[in-house]
Design a protein around this ligand. Structure first.
Ligand code: UDP
Length: 277
């Protein structure tokens, strides 16, 4: 993967960018199609390099952290599917996505978990003096997340924090708040699909180079939710640990077996029709 670091911050209105922007930035990132959704085959290290370039570019980027729930939502929600197809970068966040790739004979190198990416971004932002805005989660959680990241990275510039809601009625207020604070990076924690629909709706007026939908990441960093121990993450059972800690998620988690079934059916149909992909 090559990178060109010749992008400058442009304070004028930003143009939107999608995958073709990645090509302009000279990143030749292959994608793997899982049940109709193209996911970029990137490592965490590559992701952080790309995100840093995006954050210092003069264009607007939308990054999505894709897990099986996203792929299932895209099957049922056309608006969300279109938003996904237009996103600048879709990273594989979820062991289910990696397993599906393996079953379908596609390449996805490693899991790029949103929460790990946010820790890394905070570190890089501190070094490169990039300002982050934390939007979403329950009242006080974004603020606590920002303070804890600042404690780990003294001098990290926080552009702002706000809980708010993804409701259309709040949009003008939140957009003004963000625009006035001039962040390079906007982290939106409203959960899928709301957070990504919100970014897609507002990115043309935000003047922020990089917006990322980060789901429950603030809850983990702020200590509201507990992450699985490393060994459970490593054997791919973080989702089961989350179900154990947050049993009310069972209904949402039903999408996982449905996703697995769809992947196997797709694989079966391919082998019957004799196609490889
Ligand atoms: N959330 C919010 N407003 C909403 C819906 C959700 O602030 O209207 C927050 C919620 O508090 C949580 C995050 O969005 O911090 C979504 O987390 P979830 O666990 O649903 O996302 P996941 O990690 O499963 O993608």
């Amino acid at each position: 993967m090559k990178s060109k670091n010749d992008y400058q911050i442009n304070d004028s209105r930003m143009s939107l960018s999608n995958e073709s922007e990645l090509k302009r930035m000279d990143y030749q990132i292959p994608t793997s199609n899982i049940l109709g959704v193209d996911i970029h085959d990137v490592t965490m290290e590559e992701t952080i390099t790309i995100l840093t370039d995006m954050a210092t570019s003069g264009r607007s980027h939308h990054v999505m952290t894709v897990n099986p729930e996203f792929i299932m939502m895209a099957q049922q929600n056309n608006e969300f599917k279109t938003v996904m197809s237009k996103a600048s970068l879709k990273v594989p966040d979820g062991v289910g996505v990696l397993l599906a790739a393996r079953i379908l004979g596609k390449s996805l190198k490693e899991r790029v978990a949103g929460v790990d990416a946010v820790y890394e971004l905070a570190r890089i932002s501190h070094q490169k003096k990039l300002r982050i805005f934390f939007l979403g989660a329950a009242p006080g959680v974004a603020e606590r997340t920002a303070s804890l990241l600042q404690l780990e990275n003294p001098g990290l510039e926080i552009a702002g924090t706000y809980s708010g809601s993804p409701k259309v009625e709040e949009e003008d207020f939140i957009c003004n708040l963000i625009e006035k604070s001039h962040p390079h990076i906007l982290l939106v924690a409203y959960g899928p699909p709301k957070q990504d629909l919100w970014i897609a709706r507002t990115r043309h007026r935000l003047n922020v180079p990089l917006a990322i939908g980060v789901g429950g990441t603030f809850d983990f960093i702020a200590g509201i939710a507990k992450r699985a121990p490393k060994w459970i993450q490593n054997i791919g059972f973080e989702w089961l640990y989350r179900l154990f800690r947050e049993p009310w998620r069972w209904r949402r988690m039903l999408t996982l077996p449905q996703f697995a079934l769809k992947v196997f059916l797709y694989k079966f149909r391919l082998s019957v029709s004799g196609k490889n992909h």
